[in-house]
Design a protein around this ligand. Structure first.
Ligand code: 8YV
Length: 332
């Protein structure tokens, strides 16, 4: 590193030990040993002092906070792929670079998406409660029947890294792949996955057995699965979401499931995390939906790799280079 004072780097949440130790070696890193989410006031104080802020999805970095930041704040190196909790446009306008951690959580999130598809279709969460609850009286030919996934149609909304990784898994489970994306993917990938492209999301939704949400949350994808669109889906269809809660109109989805107009859902993300819509909780108790606490990328390996990516980005900035994982205006 060039001969300059180590930059003050504020890390808003506890990260894996190995990542924190390396950050202490390289930077003047202020860690959050208690791991309590930082209040707005604490974030403002951190942004008044830090040269680099390392936030996570639990920190809302809005335009007001960015406007109050000290002139020394030059980099927001997000620990995570999604950056919808950061007003990136406001940061860029103030000359603050924003980076994220793409690529390293793709496989883990695709695994969890596949797990949710299986959990909903085959009633795994419901079944897993029966034995410890002492509610199993023995095997029966007509009990706990779910639905076969082999031979069904999976519609992927957002065919980026995670959507493509999901498609590869789903093919191995005998699902046929359909997708909707802003841009059609490379024909070689389409061929490999035997994937069918739908430029009309409405048309795809009406024909699928399973819908998986794998696009980022942006102003354009907020409530992309609106009440109107959800009503187009087949009454037996299921939805899984490991992207962002805001992409689905949750209340409309819950209502349709309650009314039997939608088959069920598997959700790892919610509109108002960590608060969860009480209607969804009720449906989970009734075995109609499976709810997970935003753990799609929660593997030891993934979280360490995310930390390493953050370090590479901060280090590049400190060394006077352009960090590799910059969030660009075209990505907003
Ligand atoms: C992360 C995520 O755990 O990276 C993302 O976009 O949603 C999660 O998998 C979280 O963002 C960490 O900040």
């Amino acid at each position: 590193m060039p001969n300059r004072k180590k930059p003050l780097v504020v890390v808003t949440r506890r990260l894996p030990d190995v990542v924190e130790t390396r950050m202490r070696e390289l930077f003047d890193a202020r860690l959050n040993i208690e791991d309590a989410p930082m209040s707005r006031e604490a974030l403002a104080a951190a942004m008044a002092d830090a040269e680099v802020l390392i936030p996570t999805v639990t920190d809302a970095i809005d335009a007001e906070l960015i406007a109050q930041a000290g002139a020394q704040l030059k980099l927001i190196a997000n620990f995570g792929n999604g950056f919808d909790h950061i007003d990136v446009a406001a940061a860029l306008a103030r000359g603050i670079t924003v980076t994220n951690t793409p690529g390293v959580l793709t496989e883990d999130t695709a695994d969890m998406t596949m797990a949710l598809i299986l959990a909903v279709a085959r009633r795994i969460a419901e079944g897993a409660r029966i034995v410890p609850d002492d509610a199993w009286s023995g095997w029966s030919p007509t009990w706990m029947l779910g639905h076969r996934i082999t031979g069904k149609r999976l519609g992927i909304v957002g065919m980026g890294r995670i959507g493509t990784a999901l498609a590869r898994r789903a093919r191995a489970f005998g699902l046929s792949i359909h997708y909707h994306n802003r841009r059609r993917v490379d024909s070689a990938i389409e061929e490999q996955l035997e994937a069918t492209y739908w430029d009309s999301l409405d048309q795809m939704l009406a024909r699928m057995d399973i819908i998986s949400v794998n696009c980022p949350h942006t102003p354009a994808t907020y409530h992309l699965l609106s009440a109107r669109r959800l009503k187009l889906m087949r009454p037996t269809a299921i939805i899984v979401n490991t992207a962002r809660g805001e992409i689905i109109d949750e209340t409309a989805m819950a209502r349709l499931i309650e009314q039997g107009q939608l088959g069920g859902a598997g959700l790892d993300v919610f509109e108002h995390e960590p608060a969860v819509n009480p209607r969804l909780i009720k449906l989970a108790r009734a075995g109609k939906v499976v709810l997970l606490p935003h753990m799609g990328s929660a593997t030891y390996e993934g979280r360490v790799e995310m930390g390493e990516k953050v370090i590479v980005n901060v280090r590049a900035y400190v060394d006077g280079h352009r960090p590799p994982d910059r969030v660009l205006p075209s990505m907003l």
